[in-house]
Design a protein around this ligand. Structure first.
Ligand code: 5GP
Length: 368
């Protein structure tokens, strides 16, 4: 008989971090945002554990460079070729930007060939650290594990992140070869998987489930998808996620792929007997399983597949530098509310409460 698990799985909007006494921090300035990550197979990296998603619009060189420069982590999407990536490494070197926290994405479609492509990094002269992100919308399929094993064979010292999965049961198997698991299915801002398949796991309960297993074997987890507010990043860290991955929140920035699109709207406000015309700016953003992405990168949607991604116009949000400042400010502030002197201690200090109402949005629609 089919069972329904009795526990209600929670998402970011179902919880808050309770502020509390026991704090010896006087200012957000005193919070240490960077932490050390000692990976199971692949050495040590340092930084603030926030990644851009390895999607075509935000996993690009411009966003990666801005994140690395600011001490965060970055991925490159899987559509760059090796020469372009090597040029990028050298460009960063020239600008004194460390690429130690840069992850190169490969897919699993072509199996071992995808991994072998990365051997060219060395043969073409790149001697720096290599971090790999192995990407499959569904990492439960056997080919995903085979690709991961092969990547570990060929790159024994690399940091390897892989995903996505959305349950604890598969974690131990994957940590035999992986350093970090990307968790989250169906949470993304341009994701239609839950609508289309009825499958997915809410992020809060998923982080708790997987972080526990990961940390018991020295593995790390990256909570991928569903970051709507900066507070959600704070919640993920408070729940013991090591990394957070962000798509939509970066997709409206100057550095994201695509032109700024201008649209004019007639408002209800009337001046000199005329409706005021508002100008708003947008950028295009699309899911990697959308029809658009399949047409662009895979020569069309195969007839056994269906679109699990949206294509949207989202508000233009300005420079990545400002967004990163906001992220750092938000995390530092959360740490002072909960008495954590550094990001690493957030999960130790956090008291998490389940809530019915998370945000007061009464004036949100009037925002200038
Ligand atoms: P966001 O930060 O925009 O909420 O979520 C980003 C994440 O959504 C990505 O890192 C990826 O895991 C997921 N994602 C991106 N494109 C698609 C898609 O077309 N379908 C699904 N199901 N997930 C997607």
């Amino acid at each position: 008989m089919t069972h329904i698990l009795p526990e209600t799985y929670l998402d970011y909007s179902d919880i808050l971090i309770k502020p509390k006494m026991g704090n010896n921090l006087n200012s957000r300035k005193d919070v240490l945002l960077s932490r050390e990550f000692k990976f199971k197979h692949g050495g040590i990296r340092k930084g603030l554990g926030v990644f851009n998603a390895n999607m075509a619009t935000v996993g690009n060189f411009k966003i990666a460079k801005t994140l690395l420069k600011a001490g965060l982590f970055a991925t490159l999407h899987k559509h760059y070729d090796i020469d372009e990536i090597i040029n990028f490494y050298h460009e960063c070197e020239k600008d004194n930007i460390s690429t130690d926290n840069l992850f190169i994405t490969i897919g699993i479609k072509e199996g071992k060939k995808e991994v072998e492509k990365l051997l060219q990094l060395k043969s073409k002269g790149w001697n720096g650290l290599i971090n790999i992100c192995i990407e499959a919308p569904n990492f439960y399929i056997p080919k995903a594990l085979e690709t991961l094993k092969y990547a570990r064979d060929l790159f024994p010292d690399a940091v390897i992140m892989c995903g996505n999965v959305a349950s604890g049961d598969i974690c131990l198997k994957l940590f035999e070869y992986a350093d970090c698991l990307k968790i989250g299915i169906g949470s993304g801002s341009v994701c239609r998987t839950r609508a289309q398949t009825g499958c997915g796991t809410p992020m809060v309960s998923l982080i708790l489930e997987c972080a526990d297993i990961a940390h018991s074997v020295g593995g790390h987890i990256c909570a991928d998808g569903g970051i709507v507010e900066i507070g959600d990043i704070c919640k993920a860290f408070a729940l013991n996620a090591d990394f957070v991955m962000i798509g939509g929140m970066f997709a409206g920035s100057d550095e994201a792929e695509g032109e700024i699109i201008e649209r004019h709207y007639q408002s209800n406000e009337i001046i000199d007997n005329q409706n005021v015309i508002l100008t708003k700016h947008f950028k295009e953003f699309y899911g990697m399983s959308s029809t658009y992405a399949n047409n662009k990168f895979a020569g069309g949607m195969s007839n056994y597949k269906t679109s699990e991604g949206r294509e949207v116009l989202i508000p233009y949000t300005g420079s990545m530098e400002q967004i990163i400042r906001d992220i750092k400010g938000g995390i530092a502030s959360a740490c002072t509310y909960m008495g954590a002197s550094c990001v690493k201690y957030m999960s130790k200090c956090a008291t998490i409460i389940k809530v019915n109402n998370q945000l007061n949005t009464v004036f949100a629609k009037y925002e200038k």
